[in-house]
Design a protein around this ligand. Structure first.
Ligand SMILES: C[S@@+](CC[C@H](N)C(=O)[O-])C[C@H]1O[C@@H](n2cnc3c(N)ncnc32)[C@H](O)[C@@H]1O
Length: 188
């Protein structure tokens, strides 16, 4: 995993993903939420100003979390950690969000098992991530390991569905946000 600097991030793309996540949250009843790969805390910051819920974030990069801490202060429980080994107890969250981070994970199946472990029964996941039109996907995935951002793979709808179904998630819903982004929801 290559560390990202906060300034490297494409704010417009991030905002579209965050808008998509917020629109999904509007239909869910929840008391607490974990944002995995929370980066500099932009999504958590929006969630904290919109909902009266407990929020937490985890990221593998201490540098990203430092910026998130400056932004969120005591409003969020922020921890350094790997998505494959989350520093939280079993069945403690109503919702897990993951925006623009899933394509960085070398073992996505292990990550989803971990998401399931820390979700309460019937808890929801919302994953928003990069997408590439089908004709370019194969080439993108051949080239993506050579980018400097630590990207691993861009997923199609059927690949994400298979990963989630194999982990035992239910109620899979896929929505294409635009040509370069999708959002997926499912529950435990
Ligand atoms: C493109 S940034 C997105 C940040 C944030 N989710 C957002 O939407 O603004 C990807 C983030 O995923 C984090 N990340 C990458 N691999 C990770 C892993 N295995 N576990 C936890 N975080 C990871 C990176 O450190 C980075 O902060």
């Amino acid at each position: 995993m290559v560390k990202k600097k906060a300034g490297d991030y494409n704010e417009e793309h991030g905002k579209k993903l965050h808008d998509g996540v917020i629109s999904k949250l509007n239909h869910i009843s929840f008391n607490n939420l974990l944002d995995v790969g929370c980066g500099t805390g932009n999504l958590l910051s929006r969630i904290s100003s919109k909902y009266e819920v407990k929020i937490a974030g985890v990221d593998i990069s201490p540098d990203m979390l430092e910026i998130a801490r400056d932004k969120l202060g005591e409003k969020a429980d922020l921890r350094v950690g790997d998505s494959e080994n989350l520093p939280f107890d079993d069945e403690c969250f109503d919702v897990i969000t993951c925006t623009d981070s899933f394509h960085h994970y070398p073992h996505p199946g292990n990550v989803l098992i971990e998401f399931k472990r820390i979700l309460k029964p019937e808890g929801h996941i919302i994953i928003a991530d990069l997408s590439v039109p089908q004709p370019f996907k194969q080439l993108s995935n051949l080239l993506i390991p050579f980018t400097k951002d630590g990207d691993v793979r861009i997923y199609s709808e059927s690949e994400i569905r298979k990963l989630l179904v194999n982990t035992g998630f239910k109620g899979f819903e896929w929505e294409q946000i635009n040509m370069s982004a999708f959002i997926v929801t499912a529950f435990k």
